[in-house]
Design a protein around this ligand. Structure first.
Ligand SMILES: NC(=O)c1ccc[n+]([C@@H]2O[C@H](COP(=O)([O-])OP(=O)(O)OC[C@H]3O[C@@H](n4cnc5c(N)ncnc54)[C@H](OP(=O)(O)O)[C@@H]3O)[C@@H](O)[C@H]2O)c1
Length: 283
């Protein structure tokens, strides 16, 4: 079995090269910058394709691991060469747009939208993976892939591309937004002095801020601009900031304590029993 990874020398591409090699598969890679692919092939035993079309022609399964801004061009380029017995996954962090693009251009084979919900630094397969099939054929393949991934340690969820994107607006969108806003705030407040004597809460936040600011800004900007309702989720967050700030400005200790106890109770309930009535829904 040969797996093609388009974008194989990128951050996630490399992670999947290593993963598939460990599973005993042959891996062929293509990308934009040939030198990066050649360098990769000196580190690990991957075959370097001439170009994206060559890689598609030589593989059984094709993984597209490019950023969303390059996605349509890549799919348009390789779609005419995909055969009925081939499988195409994408790993893009948003799902509705790339899945629509794959449906628009790829008329043969089986496609599947997937999102490995972990970064290239992941050390093992104890990670979340989302599959987003949209028809019977894709659902059948998603069931097979779910079993295969779970046997290798992943925790797999299956949902629609839209549902995935709504959840990611909070999981990725809001978390990155908080990281950016907190980092930006620290800069106004003498960061070096703060870090020197920081405690647990600060260090937890620091990890978030550090992860966010060290990621490719192009990648995160695409997430903020493409995830549905991310602005609504972030506006809700802004309202919550104002609520807590008002309590503090009014020195309303009693309300602060009451709100904090309620928050803890509701979060616990929500974790135990699922969604609460206030959860953010798309319109
Ligand atoms: N990074 C994460 O934490 C993460 C997590 C989960 C999913 N993802 C998803 O994984 C995908 C890849 O992300 P990444 O972080 O690995 O990005 P990346 O490091 O920028 O890798 C993207 C790769 O795509 C290649 N590429 C761009 N245009 C191409 C084209 N027209 N033909 C062939 N190759 C092309 C790039 O080659 P050059 O370098 O030569 O331009 C690069 O190797 C994205 O869709 C992202 O949403 C990322």
């Amino acid at each position: 079995m040969k797996i093609a990874i388009i974008g194989g020398a990128g951050n996630m591409g490399k992670w999947f090269c290593n993963f598939f090699l460990k599973q005993g598969y042959e891996v062929i890679v293509s990308g934009r910058t040939r030198q990066k692919l050649v360098d990769l092939s000196k580190e690990i035993p991957v075959e370097v394709a001439e170009n994206n079309i060559d890689t598609v022609k030589k593989a059984d399964i094709i993984m597209i691991s490019v950023l969303l801004q390059s996605f349509e061009d890549v799919v348009k380029e390789v779609a005419p060469y995909i055969k009925e017995n081939q499988i195409v996954w994408d790993v893009t962090s948003v799902k509705e747009i790339p899945v629509d693009i794959m449906h628009k251009y790829i008329k043969k084979g089986t496609i599947l939208g997937t999102h490995p919900v972990f970064g290239p630094g992941a050390k093992d397969t104890d990670q979340n993976f989302v599959l987003t099939p949209t028809n019977k054929k894709e659902e059948k393949y998603a069931r097979e892939l779910k079993t295969w991934l779970e046997e290798r340690g992943f925790k797999v969820s299956v949902m629609s591309p839209r549902k995935h994107d709504e959840l990611m607006a909070v999981i990725l969108g809001l978390s990155h937004f908080v990281g950016l806003a907190v980092g930006d705030t620290w800069l106004e407040l003498n960061f070096r002095e703060l870090e020197k004597i920081s405690g647990t809460s600060f260090k937890t936040l620091f990890n978030l801020v550090e992860n966010v600011v060290n990621t490719d800004p192009e990648f995160y900007s695409v997430l903020q601009m493409s995830l549905p309702n991310v602005d609504k989720v972030e506006s809700l967050f802004q309202n919550k900031i104002e609520k807590w700030l008002n309590i503090i400005k009014n020195k309303d200790k009693e309300r602060f304590v009451k709100e904090m106890i309620t928050l803890r109770k509701k979060l616990e309930e929500s974790r135990r029993y699922g969604r609460n009535d206030n959860s953010c829904q798309s319109s």
